[in-house]
Design a protein around this ligand. Sequence first.
Ligand code: PEP
Ligand code: MG
Length: 922
Amino acid sequence: MVKYVYFFGDGKAEGSAKQKNLLGGKGANLAEMTNIGLPVPAGFTISTEVCTYYYEHGKKYPKTLEAEVKAAMKKTEKVMGARFGDPKNPLLVSARSGARVSMPGMMDTVLNIGLNDETIKGFIEATGSERAGWDSYRRFVQMYGDVVMGLKPESSEEHDPFEEVMDKLKAKAKVKEDTDLSIDDLKELVKQFKAMIKRKLKVDFPEDPWEQLWGAINAVFGSWDIPRAIQYRRLNGIPDDWGTAVNICSMVFGNMGDDSATGVAFTRDPSTGEDAFYGEYLVNAQGEDVVAGIRTPQPVNEVTKKKTGSDLPSLEKAMPKSYKELIRIRNILEKHYGDMQDIEFTIQKGRLWMLQTRSGKRTGFSAVRVAVDMVDQKLCTQEDAVARLDPEGLIQLLAPIFEPKARAAAQKSGKVLAKGLNAGPGAACGKATFSAEVAEARASKGERVILIRIETSPEDIKGMAVAQGILTARGGMTSHAAVVARGMGKPCVAGCGSLSIDYKTKKMVVAGKTIKEGDFVSIDGTTGEVIIGELPTVDSEVLQVLRGKMKPAKSKLYQQYFKLMSWSDKFRTIGVRTNADTPVDSAVARAFGAEGIGLCRTEHMFFEGTRIDAMREMILAEDVAGREKALKKLLTHQRKDFEGIFKAMNGLPVTIRLLDPPLHEFVPHEDKQQKELAKKLGIPVAKLKARVDSLHEMNPMLGHRGCRLGCTYPEITRMQARAIFEAAANCAKKKIKALPEVMVPLVGTVKELDNQKAIINAVAEEVKQEKKLRKLDYMVGTMIEIPRAALTADKVAASAEFFSFGTNDLTQMTFGYSRDDAGGFIPFYIDKKILPDDPFQRLDQEGVGQLVDIGIQKGRSTRKNLKVGICGEHGGEPSSVKFCHRVGMNYVSCSPYRVPVARLAAAQAGIEDKRAAKPKKK
Ligand code: PEP
Ligand code: MG
């Protein structure tokens, strides 16, 4: 029989942290904390398998589930000394979602389950807390009415119906805060909430605790499939079939008076990574108050107080005993998990309870610092630190910062209008937008936007994803906006109290200045500053060091980055090259750690300056002689480019691809430009037009391009080969070691390659003779980007000395999706779950991956030491890099800025291999 429910409590749990897939992150860690003796209120986890079952069986549960839930509830009751539904001494529980990886705020949670008109009396009797009882009851009806029964505002403009009732009552009672409501007010709220539910939904609020519990369980499983959760999974690459677990936890009460509290904290500063406990709490409150940002949270300690500039008392000062206990637990957790944790806690009448721990979401900056510090502090090994980092996070270290002079000028001239919390580092600038919908609409037109909200909610997730940065008036460092922005790597300034935002008029007033929708604002998530207008940005610190503009000793961040990268390289077995077409890009990529060029697209060189004229002259020429005349001009340019690239890559291999795109991409199509060109070339416009028209193809991506050009116009291949070899020879004279790898594109049959290879070899021989060289190092290989080439790779490899998988075209041709038109339907396919994600971004391992695997195996069957790489966009995407490692490629190649990402992902692939080969001893 399958076990679906896992109990935890009283120092023993049926699960452990290893079972995240089955119990979800929250459930697994509740079990783990219980097992290591931390104070966790007893409860049980309903596994993610139930979620999968639920969706596969028309929202029905396995037959045995109910009995298992009942049995686990009995155990929980025993530990907690109260009974669920007992009118005299009722146990109250919460139902909390928890997937394998955390999806902050995306799914639902229900607190205080088990309260009704009878149990409320027993609760008050047993706890002696009348106010907490009624406060919990009104929260329960409100939350249950919203989450389970679905009484919500109809649009984002509308107010929450429960909040509206509450606001009216507060106005009547002349109080500002929820905590100021009297017991009678709270009783009245329960009554009014229930009446509103009956009136609007035409059903009674359920009084039976078990009905309440199953309603909540349904709602939590149901919330796996609500739009914001789906959207979050898309953005974070979380598969739909993982499912969530449901955790039923005994309630502990942070709302039992001034000796009670609830809070969230990070074991280190999540923005900077500094080794300083960081968090927020609220006195006399329940968990949702902190996350929602409704009340201004208080700092957990003096350090947080200083950082946030708060004038409210810290937990450290207000409840020193509980704080000391919290720090003790913080240290245990960091040591046990060897990673920064994000925790939730509740203090009930001076007693501390742990409600959650998980690996803390952090920025790219803080991730690097935490990793390096924790290794130095011997809290984790280099291997663990590398294995855990999100490779994409490294991109943030390379992201621009505001230009210091412009920033100083802005400060001087009073353009810095306000300062909020530095919730997500980085500089961002864009047009002000006050709703997620407007942000999306403007971003889809190519505008840069800053999303400005009073506070964000999970509904804003799409707008946050497209914005350059996020700015909120309310909420702390652990508010929704802050947590999600950091997860996305977006600059974020949160809790900027001096902003006065009006959604209706689409305006915000700050420091006496009005910013309307569409006006430029700049935010600095590293300092928390909000600046009016558009500020220019410059290279990040790491980039400045890599480019030699700053000394390494001056940048701590660079030193940390460097350490981490050198650790990564120890675990990496697959090479990392770059796709670069210019000496400047090559040099940048080399500084990032590229070990050569995996793809130099020569056609990019034909667009610069007057070169395009020579290219056009070549294309429009009527015969070989005319073409050769124009090609001679191009030769000079190309040779010079190659010399520059060889110099930048001195001693490292450089794969140069011969001309690939269809010729019509190089000629002008508009009247005015055609006339100008005809004049330049001294030919009649009509003749030029006729030639341009003759180049038109119905389907150019499958037309006259790639090696088909080289085969039909051998003089082009001859010129390119000559430019490459002459450049290599010239470099050799200057003691620069050039290692060209000449790559033939778009080969479908080995005969195409043979044809081109013969030309290339002949030119190499000519240059060798002309330059009187003893030897000329080079290789000739091909791209594998047509399925036929992969399927006949044994034959192709007999001729090719190396393969480079062009997975952009290979994806296009395997799926039959045009690269240029797929944007029209892929988002829809992803939305409808026809595709798990965009195969042009993340390699389709199941289909395209098979061709890659076959290609490598067949290729190596005829050429044992065949060098294999990838140069499609996938070469810089972490999951694809790991795939390339597994199928035995020698290297991946990606754009310069993704080289560090690929190095880290490749290291992780190496570690995963090692771990799979040597399972850890129990
Ligand atoms: C490819 O097809 O994957 C490739 C790298 O070539 P391009 O993108 O230039 O077609
Ligand atoms: Mg291609």
